[in-house]
Design a protein around this ligand. Structure first.
Ligand SMILES: Cc1ncc(COP(=O)(O)O)c(C=O)c1O
Ligand SMILES: [Zn+2]
Length: 448
């Protein structure tokens, strides 16, 4: 039994039947899924959710599906990690990491949006699905598309990380690299979707796809004991995820599942691709497209489809936005890894580094609960770290060789520095705990 009303234009309010379309015919505004909240209030509650499986589909009434056939039953319900060590380093009282770096099946939050879009594609009777992607979406459409028996057609900029390419082709999906940036890939995909009638998850299936991101907000609230956090920090590319996390909290409030109140949404982007941050900071909310130049390739969208709405959601919530350099994002990856044992991709490094700045500047008060949304896995973007990786000794397989390593003063000093956690709140900077590449011990050879 569905509670979906249909589609509505975010600009002029025109209403449409549920169909694979994303743009208003009257004003070219984006379409949004609407629900019958009165009915939802009667049929959907905390008890119903509590008895269900641990996946994002525990909130299925708030997702835009009409039937019972769900593709991706296992997706979502990732850990909300209480991050006391990172909190100490950032000098805040209460900090959590929403860890979508371990989402199923392809280790990013994109598994959520793809699960909804493919469920919808099947309902629409489509047999080929595809996407324009900066990498993670490609991985997820490939894995889930193949698993559920779709033909796939995935387009990406040609210069993506090797792991993101391999993490698409390994499933046997059809992948096409385009000699151009993401914005050019996206335009091409609109033409392909029109010409062939295929289901492009972030083009003609976009209104449904986007709804999957609300489940990040639902899960955070439920995992906090049905409470809103005071602050959420989230990285942005097209701006959809942050906007939908906000919509998720709003819907729970509307249904009486969490208290009224605000969650301040804070956006994070790399300095080399920061159109949404710029729009928030200059107060105009106007997105001026940029040419992306950053190692955070998953966030390299110069003309963000939901940028205007993300900037508006940030400002209306009382949040702010921050951009970070590539060096700062690498420090962010290390800081999260060294404190919480969570290896995030470049996008997660942007979130951590931006949070650090927002806390240092007082935009996020130190005593209020904060959630950092970590959206992707570091094993996909190791290229970003190799040039700064610490050397470690290689020894002969003998105890005396190991003892010589221990007695090597430089290595020992570096070792104790790495394992020394500074007292909570003592420092805003990442010590990074990174041993300076030490002089190789006499019996070993350095691995660089
Ligand atoms: C790991 C990761 N984080 C965040 C984002 C940003 O999501 P959105 O485009 O919804 O802003 C992306 C987008 O590709 C991503 O791959
Ligand atoms: Zn319209």
């Amino acid at each position: 039994m569905t509670c979906v009303n249909g589609l509505q234009c975010r600009e002029c309010g025109a209403e449409y039947e549920t169909a694979p379309r994303s743009i208003c015919e009257a004003c070219f505004g984006p379409l949004e899924v609407t629900y019958d909240y009165d009915r939802l209030r009667r049929t959907f509650g905390r008890e119903a959710v509590a008895g269900r499986g641990r996946s994002m589909w525990r909130y299925r009434e708030l997702l835009p599906i009409d039937g019972d056939r769900i593709l991706g039953q296992e997706v979502g319900y990732t850990p909300l990690v209480s991050a006391a060590r990172l909190a100490g380093r950032l000098g805040v009282d209460e900090l959590y990491v929403k860890n979508d770096a371990v989402n199923f099946p392809t280790l990013s939050f994109k598994d959520r949006v793809v699960s909804v879009a493919l469920t919808k594609a099947r309902e629409f009777g489509m047999t080929t699905v595809g996407c324009a992607s900066t990498g993670n979406l490609a991985n997820s459409v490939a894995a889930q598309g193949v698993r559920h028996g779709f033909d796939t057609c995935i387009l990406v900029p040609e210069d993506l990380e090797a792991a993101k390419i391999l993490g698409t082709t390994v499933y046997g999906a059809r992948l096409v690299g385009v000699a151009g940036d993401y914005d050019q890939v996206n335009r091409l995909c609109s033409q392909i979707a029109d010409r062939f009638g295929w289901g492009f998850v972030n083009v003609n299936l976009r209104p449904f796809y986007g709804e999957g991101s609300k489940t990040v907000g639902f899960e955070i609230a439920e995992q906090l004991g049905w409470k809103r956090p005071a602050h959420v920090v989230c990285c942005m590319a097209g701006g959809s995820l942050l906007t939908k996390i906000g919509k998720g909290f709003d819907e729970l409030t509307r249904l009486g599942l969490i208290d009224e109140g605000t969650t301040r949404l804070h956006g994070a982007q790399p300095r080399g691709c920061n159109p949404i941050v710029a729009a928030v900071k200059d107060g105009s909310g106007e997105i001026r497209p940029v040419k992306a130049r950053t190692i955070a390739k998953s966030l390299a969208i110069g003309n963000p489809a939901d940028g205007y709405y993300a900037a508006r959601a940030i400002r209306r919530s009382g949040g702010f936005a921050e951009d970070v350099t590539d060096a700062e994002l690498v420090d962010g990856i290390r800081l999260l890894a060294e404190t919480e044992g969570i290896f995030a991709e470049t996008a997660g490094g942007v979130t951590v580094a931006a949070a650090r700045k927002l806390i240092a500047s007082g935009c996020i008060p130190r005593h209020e609960p904060i959630v950092l949304v970590i959206t992707g896995n570091g094993l996909k973007t190791t290229d970003a770290l190799v040039s700064t990786a610490a050397a470690h000794p290689i020894i002969e397989p003998r105890l005396d060789a190991f003892e010589r390593v221990l007695s090597d003063a430089a290595v020992e000093a570096a070792f104790s520095k790495a394992s020394d956690a500074p007292p909570p709140g003592s420092s805003l900077s990442t010590s990074s705990g990174r041993p300076a590449p030490a002089a190789p011990p006499s019996s070993g050879r350095p691995l660089t």
